[in-house]
Design a protein around this ligand. Structure first.
Ligand code: ADP
Length: 230
């Protein structure tokens, strides 16, 4: 979640919704008569979409690529770093579909395309489940365009994101202890997370988040259904 401001909107999604976006992308790929031989899923956000697209498109060749880029961190240079290189021969001479969850700056898709194109593929297309207007790159296939910038909480990292968000709102609020209701109010105040929308997308999950935060020693139980930040 990195360098985000104190307040920013978040959208909580669920498996059904994301699965639907995978179907939209796969329908677009088919309509375009593009028949990829291999899917390259960008780690780790693109993994679910990559696996599901293989299913929808009838492919058994799925590989992963992790590219880290550092925006504005001069010390680390501008060169993207390849963290999980692809095995030899993964894309050579093949029609390749590169998949990620969301394009924000578009750097991940841009660097991945460059990396794949350097390995003599036959053709390369890109897809993202969601596209933010901030992206400088237009993927070939897009499940959904988001009009307003938001941090999207995906079901595969629901716990991770909700722990980060909850911890940060607790730190910002100058209270001694927090009930589940307090956390819901803070998530709405700082991140525009509507409590009803959250229950519809991910029913009964906040208690699980708080229990997991306790297990990871991020918060401590203070009694009477309240928690404190140690
Ligand atoms: P991009 O290269 O498209 O800007 P980043 O490199 O900034 O993407 O982000 C890499 C990964 O971080 C994305 O694949 C996604 O998993 C996550 N991410 C970035 N922006 C968002 C967002 N607005 N909501 C949810 N996840 C995001």
């Amino acid at each position: 979640m990195g360098d985000l401001p104190e307040e920013f909107p978040c959208t909580i999604t669920n498996w059904e919704y994301i699965y639907g976006l995978c179907r939209t992308v796969s329908d677009d790929v088919k309509a375009d008569d593009f028949e990829p031989d291999v899917v390259v899923a960008l780690a780790r956000g693109g993994w679910f979409a990559g696996r599901t697209l293989c299913d929808f498109l009838g492919l058994d060749d799925l590989t992963s690529l992790k590219i880290e880029h550092y925006v504005g961190t001069a010390a680390k240079g501008d060169e993207p770093e390849v963290r999980y290189p692809m095995p030899e021969g993964s894309v050579e001479g093949k029609d390749v579909l590169i998949v990620d969850d969301i394009a924000d700056t578009g750097q991940s898709i841009a660097h991945a395309s460059e990396y794949v194109n350097d390995r003599n593929p036959n053709a390369v297309r890109t897809a993202t489940l969601q596209l933010l207007q901030t992206s400088e790159v237009e993927p070939d296939f897009v499940g959904e365009r988001l009009e307003e910038w938001a941090w999207v909480v995906y079901p595969w990292n629901f716990i991770e994101d909700m722990i980060d968000l909850t911890e940060s709102v607790m730190e910002k609020a100058e209270a001694e202890q927090f009930s589940e209701g307090d956390v819901r109010s803070l998530l709405r105040a700082y991140h525009e997370i509507d409590p009803i929308e959250m229950e519809i997308a991910q029913p009964d999950r906040l208690e699980e988040v708080l229990t997991e935060m306790e297990r990871r020693d991020v918060i401590e139980y203070a009694g009477e259904d309240c928690w404190t930040v140690p």
